[in-house]
Design a protein. Structure first.
Lengths: 293, 278, 358
């Protein structure tokens, strides 16, 4: 897609581009280059000098039990966050789409959590479920459930998944609702006249027509769970107990800043860049596909 | 369409209300927590109805806080969110204008250079970005909070997308009327972009306000903390009982501005959300 | 006010040439209409005069000044666009005043000129409105007002009426003509609508495939079309064209049958030619006087006229399809055979190969 009509001017376009390019080069290309470079270095224990070690940081990582475990942790976390958040949002959206009176109010009440920062969401959920003071934790224990996310890894995982999924419901709800409202009423009416009941209509007409939205949200949710949930993890569990909630992004941070293992952290950054690259390509393939509709 | 009503409709509303209750419960409980005393909270179960200490707790949070006054942190967050929103919009609209309305050598190179930034969230390249910011002396400064985060392609893409829909005839009419490129930008394109700018502003303000990791690294002095990251510092830890009600008041204050933006500018917000993801 | 002189203009996009050397001299105050089917290059030609498209070859001269390298604003022109191209965020007044503001005119001067143009176009009540609060016809007037206030040397119109409904189009057509007469500004007007072209033009430029096929007054174009294309394009229903060849004082139809040619000696015998006659130049005559007989296959009654579609009786196989415009009073039915004669001097002959008039 290109404009037919343009201005002839030699210098002006470069001037207009300068601010964005300058910021991009200084805070994007330079650090990304640094990450690539550092990923090939091994600093000495005192951090005074570094040795060029080719890919041994990567080799080391892929033999590191904790790093491989972090991949598994990320997969579990991402899978559950995406699944939970999308299914709850789809249910609410399908219901809200049927409501005639008060639909606006329901929508308003469901979209605001989008504005809550992941870190604040973490604080709020911890306040409910912290074993010593959390009021919901108290009632769970009162019912005989030994709830302890501070010591029990799967409890901790459940908690961060719940908080992360909660925050993303608004976003998924909005897009599902928009997708539902974009389905032509005539199609649903035709199906009704063909004798399809409500559930049948949903399964055979609405859900398939919603698939572009669903696919789009799938990618967005994976990106969200991978990269934007740092605040939730950091406020709620700090990756623990043990390494049970250390997702990949959190490990880049903790190895780099807490562990001061810059070579390894840089190598992890590079790996994550590749992951983001792949996800972006998938997303763009999707956009291309959508253009053809 | 004619459909049987009655129990079905009731069920729809019931499930929606339960859903909303679950979605809203965390913030309700936070609010309740911000109206109690620390003592009431650390002796579980805490009451589930608001107490009478709302004004005390919020006053204490705003003026003293725990690590630093929350008022100060709110101001920092506001500066950061505004800076990011305004900065991103400004540099993006200019570069999108250059890319759409001019033909020049290296145009596609510039386009791809900007496009690449779409692919890397700051979390991924956090360590080297921090090193760059540190070596430029940007720690504990508003510049350091804002500048590294305004490099992003999303806004550029949104404007590019929008500019492509502006009819060519408007440019031609403006040229026949004697307007050069800067005049066209100022008199025609900018006023036409107002809705898009507003929608983008809403999204970017929330994005900026909700930043956590970057301020966590770049600010070491409590008085430069933003509210979202400062909240983590305020959380009572296991060995120190801290002050839960003040922390919860701070949490309420942390979500209030972005939630207000979403609620009061709902139409712009939805538009912004849908368009930035296109 | 100015003359325009276009000399051997060509335009290429990459290797594709879309305009193959058009020349045109426009007198001061003249209203020129460029007409042709879509893709014929008429808009491109206009946009080259406006300075919105680069000129590949040839020169354009406005008021004695070669403007090839001048920007639109330096050419002393104003343009009315097909979709009006009004600035949506500006009031009607600001839309009309924008060019004057850029030109640095004083506030008082701007106001006076805009008010004058608004009065002329009867849009004074809408000056404070935004374009979206106007009807199509009102927007059209604002677009014209924007051109008018500039007091340019040349008006350029790019299909300005094609977004209006039929009734409004007729009205605006008249107003454009009156406005142009009143201010006496040279005008170039592009359209694909032949009725607009015929009614507005002092002279017509009929374009096809990047070439000006004929440049002449509307009546001359109608009466003596220079090419087969022009013959078919101007006039509605289109001129009947029959293929055949000349035999001694006769035109032998390709499918069989002959027509008498009034004055033979047009061309050498046996040469393949096209024989053209307009539907309105066929009339019903007593069977004995018939030059040709039409077997009616379809009838369209228009009220004032009746169009009889049919096939020449005696013409077998391909070709021989004709339309006759007969008086509305004629009572016809499908299957009739109509004895027809051609008005004297109303036949057109074209070379079958080049399409040129013989």
């Amino acid at each position: 897609m290109e404009k037919r009509v343009t201005f002839d001017n030699r210098l002006l376009p470069y001037l207009l581009l300068t601010p964005q390019l300058a910021v991009t080069i200084v805070f994007f290309f330079w650090p990304a280059g640094q990450a690539l470079y550092q990923s090939l270095l091994l600093p000495d224990p005192f951090g005074l000098s570094a040795r060029f070690v080719w890919f041994s940081n990567f080799e080391y990582l892929f033999n590191d039990r904790y790093y491989l475990q972090s991949f598994a942790t990320t997969a579990v976390f991402t899978g559950f966050v995406t699944l939970t958040s999308m299914s709850v949002a789809l249910l609410l959206a399908v219901l809200a789409d049927q409501v005639i009176k008060g639909a606006g109010a329901y929508k308003t009440l469901l979209i605001w959590p989008y504005a809550v920062a992941p870190a604040v969401a973490g604080v709020m959920w911890l306040f409910m479920f912290q074993p010593s003071i959390g009021v919901l934790a108290f009632y769970m224990k009162a019912m005989g459930f030994n709830w302890n996310p501070v010591l029990n890894g799967s409890h901790a995982m459940t908690l961060v998944i719940a908080a992360a999924a909660w925050k993303q419901i608004s976003y998924n709800f909005l897009f599902f609702l928009a997708g539902l409202q974009a389905i032509p009423k005539s199609l649903i009416e035709a199906a009704a006249i063909d004798g399809a009941g409500k559930w049948h209509r949903f399964r055979t007409i609405i859900f398939p027509l919603l698939s572009p939205t669903t696919f789009f949200l799938l990618v967005v949710n994976i990106v969200y769970a991978f990269f934007e949930t740092f605040g939730i993890i950091h406020t709620m569990t700090a990756g623990g107990p043990g390494q049970s909630t250390t997702i990949l992004v959190y490990k880049v941070f903790s190895d780099g800043f807490v562990g001061q293992d810059l070579g390894s952290s840089a190598a992890q950054s590079v790996i994550l860049m590749v992951v983001v690259g792949v996800l972006t390509v998938i997303q763009f393939r999707y956009i291309e596909r959508r253009v053809h509709y | 369409m004619v459909e049987k009503r009655g129990f079905g409709t009731f069920l729809v509303h019931a499930v929606l209300i339960v859903g909303i209750a679950i979605v809203c419960f965390p913030i309700y409980l936070t609010f309740v927590g911000s109206t109690l005393t620390h003592f009431e909270i650390i002796r579980p179960p805490m009451p589930l109805l608001p107490g009478p200490h709302l004004i005390d707790n919020y006053t204490q949070a705003l003026t003293q806080g725990i690590t630093a006054p929350v008022g100060r942190m709110l101001f920092n967050s506001f500066v950061m969110a505004m800076g990011i929103a305004v900065g991103k919009i400004a540099i993006s609209i200019l570069s999108a204008y250059a890319i759409v309305y001019f033909r020049f050598p290296f145009r596609m190179l510039a386009f791809w250079a900007i496009f690449m930034t779409l692919m890397l969230p700051v979390e991924v390249r956090i360590v080297p970005t921090y090193q760059v910011a540190a070596s430029l002396g940007l720690l504990n400064s508003y510049t350091g909070l804002i500048l590294p985060l305004i490099a992003s392609a999303t806004a550029t893409f949104l404007f590019r997308q929008f500019f492509m829909t502006v009819p060519d005839e408007l440019v031609e009419a403006a040229r026949v009327d004697g307007a050069g490129p800067l005049r066209f930008f100022k008199d025609i394109l900018l006023p036409l972009s107002v809705t898009n700018i507003a929608a983008l502003f809403v999204i970017l303000f929330i994005y900026g306000w909700n930043q956590f990791l970057w301020p966590l690294l770049i600010t070491t002095k409590p008085e430069m903390n933003t509210i979202v990251m400062g909240l983590k510092q305020m959380m009572p830890t296991a060995d120190d009982y801290g002050n839960w009600p003040v922390t919860m008041a701070a949490a309420m204050l942390a979500v209030l501005p972005p939630v207000a933006v979403v609620l009061f500018m709902q139409r712009l917000f939805v538009k912004g959300l849908v368009e930035t993801e296109k | 006010m100015a003359t325009i002189s276009i000399k051997d203009i060509t335009k290429s996009y990459g290797k594709t040439e879309v305009i193959h050397g058009v020349s045109l001299d426009v007198a001061d105050g003249e209203f020129i209409v460029i007409v042709g089917p879509s893709g014929c290059g008429k808009s491109t030609l206009l946009r080259m005069v406006a300075g919105l498209e680069r000129i590949t070859g040839g020169t354009i001269d406005i008021g004695g000044r070669v403007v090839n390298e001048l920007e639109p604003r330096e050419r002393d022109i104003a343009m009315v666009f097909q979709n009006y191209a009004l600035y949506p965020h500006m009031s009607v007044f600001d839309n009309m005043a924008y060019g004057l503001k850029i030109a640095g005119q004083s506030k008082a001067e701007i106001k006076q000129r805009v008010d004058k143009a608004a009065a002329m176009l009867q849009i004074e009540p809408y000056l404070e409105r935004k374009p979206r609060a106007l009807s199509g016809g009102q927007r059209q007037r604002v677009a014209m007002g924007r051109a008018l206030v500039r007091q340019p040397a040349v008006f350029l119109f790019d299909e300005p009426l094609s977004n209006l409904d039929a009734k409004l189009r007729v009205q605006m057509r008249l107003e454009i003509k009156q406005m142009q007469r009143a201010v006496g500004t040279t005008a170039l007007y592009v359209t694909h609508d032949q009725v607009e072209a015929m009614t507005l033009a002092d002279r017509l430029v009929v374009m096809n495939g990047g070439v000006a096929e004929q440049i002449d007054t509307p009546m001359a174009v109608y009466e003596r079309p220079a090419t087969r294309f022009v013959a078919g394009f101007i006039g509605s229903p289109a001129m009947n064209i029959l293929q055949g060849s000349v035999t001694d004082k006769h035109f032998a139809l390709e499918g069989g049958g002959t027509l008498a040619l009034e004055d033979a000696g047009y061309a050498e015998k046996g040469r393949p030619i096209l024989f053209g006659v307009r539907p309105e130049h066929l009339r019903l005559v007593p069977a004995a006087d018939a030059v040709l007989n039409l077997g009616v296959t379809a009838i369209e009654t228009l009220g004032a006229d009746t169009l009889a579609h049919g096939k020449l009786a005696g013409a077998n196989g391909v070709g021989g399809e004709l339309v006759a415009r007969l008086p509305g009073s004629a009572r016809l039915s499908v299957g009739d055979t109509l004895p027809l004669a051609i008005e004297p001097g109303m036949t057109h002959l074209f070379d079958a190969e080049s399409g040129r008039r013989l």
